[in-house]
Design a protein around this ligand. Sequence first.
Ligand code: SF4
Length: 342
Amino acid sequence: MTVRVGIPRGLLYYYYGPLWTDFFESLGAEVIISEETNKKIVEMGVKSTVDEACLPVKIYHGHVKNLMDQKVDYIFLPRLMSIYKNEYICPKFCGLPEMVNHSIRNLPTMIQPTIDFRKSKKDLPRIVEEVGGYFTSDRRKTEWAFNKALERYRQYKTALRQGVLPTDALARKNDEGFHTMGSGDKIALLGHPYNLYDDFISMNLVKKLRGYGLQVLTPESMDVKTMNEKAAVMDKKMFWSFGRKILGTAFHAMEQQDIQGIIYLSSFGCGLDSVLADIVERRVRRNSDKPFTLLTLDEHTGEAGMDTRIEAFVDMIKWRRNHENNFSAYGQHIHSHQSIVR
Ligand code: SF4
């Protein structure tokens, strides 16, 4: 009988989902991804977690419950400590397995390897072997399956850098032609991937912005080298990996003539966002004249209020664009008039 392994469609699913999915499938397992975030999943998550948890962690619990409803044999829930050298992930990720194990009863077998690349990635083969061991005792098969998954994962990351939304890339619409960065005025959209790309949490923010004819630059579509160089201007190294990506993108966006404004999408109860959004807002206001708006989400945020804020932001960009055009047309008019007088 085929083993069914569940992957919650939350938190870093938008980063690593395709890697683990391909890996498990190559090992012969059936992979069940929890349903797209919906009202029921949010409600189940909120009921299962402590009030103090941030919105994405609450929702993650809802995804675990959704997988249990689908009667999976295993749930894959790694303990992510660090994914880059000398950097950390938010502490909530480190304690996520304990939170879930203690908040939800009658869990199926949990696959919970510890991933800690703070010093180096030399532990990766051991982690792969540990996880693969749930499906096969053949180490060579495990290694082959992981390398195959890695190859496809690299294509996925390349697609994201080109502006493809993870939701599109994960739906594997490769042959249909992706909707990439869009066209028209460009704006930067900052935030954690699980806020930006989960259509329910973000209330389709990226799609709405593109619907207004805007190109949307996110940390995942940034050139990595540029992003790291820009983030390095901080006096002290930003040791949260997603913080580095967000700051690097913000500082780059601030300096670009063709980027018309910056939006930060944050979740209520996020300690990191409260620090990062504050740094970004101060720098943007001090060093640039670009419109900046902070949108904070919680489980009670209404879509109408969000839409109004987005509309106001887009209006501001258009207003500035028109005034810039009028101003430069006026400048040209004066210039040509002066030429005639001379
Ligand atoms: S970074 Fe913020 S939103 Fe993400 S898990 Fe940590 S506290 Fe929650």
